[in-house]
Design a protein. Structure first.
Length: 441
């Protein structure tokens, strides 16, 4: 029974829900991809990779705002029994790739890939809480986490359909090996499989969020930032690993907690509309994502970012801009206008950059006569203007044979663009380079 007053209970619930929201969104993804094998979205059991083996096109509608630059690889890790050794091969030709490691809080734990570890083969030990064994021979690095579960999200650059087999061959060489098998020793006794609570979107936005929150907290070793919060939140039933029964709260407290959850959800939604810095009518996407040292304590910002789109990268790994307005602040509409995007200096990237076209209101690819869904510095035939500038034609009909190399076909209606800069140079990070406004032709 809570000893908190209704007013205090509401404040505690609001704070706890804002913190929990990112974890709940993360759990939703884990549940549908690695826990519930009966769902059509199930990808692979824990400690196994699932790879996307082909470039996406307009027939793909499973996820909004997909990219057409990389092939995804994903794996959910259960480190409850023992650490896992993650292996990467030699990556020829300095092909860009990255493996983003995300914990249950949705903090980015670390990156393995071109920017951070290079293109050479390597083996990395991924450990859960409480493991303090010696680093085995042949291990190139250890990545420690405070939780039992980790998410690996890989992106491997692909230049086009003809390049897909090469990328598939690389994907097949991403390996996950239990530490005991790596050492050639008997496997330890498996950790008990927890009773995963089904993800229910209605309960996730009600007082019953505490049930799932308690479960997730029970799979973590709370850090110094979380311990004082947990002491406070215990007044409304937030206790790591413990069951929760809303009926155990006094009716007036139960009502106050429900009001606090609703208020928190409204605050997250309102903040999500403000996430991102405006630059020449582009919106910089990415605030709210990063290491614990970058976004720890910024719970409302982190929740809002995860409401917009979970698993964002650190800015030094990828810089993303979203554009749906022209230079006059009017919605981009190819049924009314043709547009041009002219860069004085192309986006400075150590890896590459691309612009992807999406139809609206649901941001997905659109069928077009040249089967082009994105354009950038790796697009075959793409060329700068005679004066050294770069012009991209954004319109429904072809701009003419002489300009088709720089044409990104638009729908016959409203559209939006995503500018992705992979491994951006310092000029992007410090803001001295900015994307040009989109002009009516």
């Amino acid at each position: 029974m809570s000893d908190a007053s209704p007013q205090v209970a509401k404040q505690i619930a609001e704070e706890a829900y804002i913190f929990a929201f990112s974890m709940l969104e993360n759990y939703k993804t884990m549940y549908v991809q690695a826990v519930n094998e009966k769902l059509p979205t199930f990808r692979a059991p824990f400690n196994q990779f699932a790879h996307m083996r082909f470039l996406l096109g307009p027939e793909f509608t499973e996820v909004v705002g997909p990219n057409n630059d990389t092939l995804y690889s994903l794996a959910w890790l259960d480190l409850g029994t023992e650490p896992i050794v993650f292996g990467v091969p030699d990556v020829p030709g300095e092909r860009y790739y990255v493996i983003q490691i995300v914990d249950m809080y949705t903090f980015n734990v670390e990156y393995i890939g071109a920017r951070t570890t290079g293109y050479q083969a390597g083996k990395y030990l991924l450990t859960g809480p409480g493991w303090d064994g010696p680093t085995p021979e042949g291990i190139d690095g250890v990545r420690r986490t405070e939780g039992r579960y980790l998410f690996l999200l890989g992106r491997t650059a692909v230049t086009g359909a003809e390049d897909v087999p090469e990328v598939n061959a690389l994907q097949d060489q991403y390996t996950l090996t239990p530490l005991s098998a790596y050492l050639g020793k008997p496997a330890p006794e498996p950790a008990p499989v927890p009773d995963f609570p089904p993800y229910d979107p209605e309960k996730a936005t009600s007082i019953d969020f505490i049930k799932t929150f308690n479960f997730l907290l029970g799979q973590l070793e709370p850090g110094p930032d979380e311990r004082p919060l947990l002491e406070k939140w215990a007044k409304i039933g937030v206790q790591p690993g413990q069951p929760f029964d809303a009926e155990s709260l006094a009716p007036e407290v139960r009502k106050a907690v429900a009001e606090g959850v609703a208020a928190a959800h409204d605050r997250i939604k309102a903040e999500s509309l403000r996430v991102g810095r405006q630059v020449n009518n582009w919106t910089l996407i990415g605030e709210g994502f990063g290491y614990r040292s970058m976004v720890g304590g910024k719970d409302l910002l982190r929740a809002a970012a995860n409401m917009v789109g979970i698993y964002g990268n650190n800015p030094e790994e990828a810089y993303n801009f979203s554009g749906a307005l022209d230079s006059d602040g009017e919605p981009l509409d190819a049924s009314k206008h043709n547009y041009i995007l002219k860069f004085g200096t192309p986006p400075p990237a150590n890896a590459f950059w691309s612009i992807t076209m999406y139809k609206l209101p649901v941001p997905l690819f659109i069928a077009n006569p040249i089967n082009r869904y994105s354009i950038g510095d790796r697009t075959p035939g793409f060329r700068p203007d005679p004066d050294g500038l770069v012009t991209i034609y954004l319109q429904h009909q072809s701009p003419g044979a002489d300009k088709e190399s720089n044409w990104l076909p638009a729908p016959d209606g409203l559209f939006a663009l995503a500018l992705r800069i992979y491994w951006p140079e310092q000029d992007v990070l410090d803001g001295s380079w900015e994307p040009s406004a989109i002009q009516k032709a």
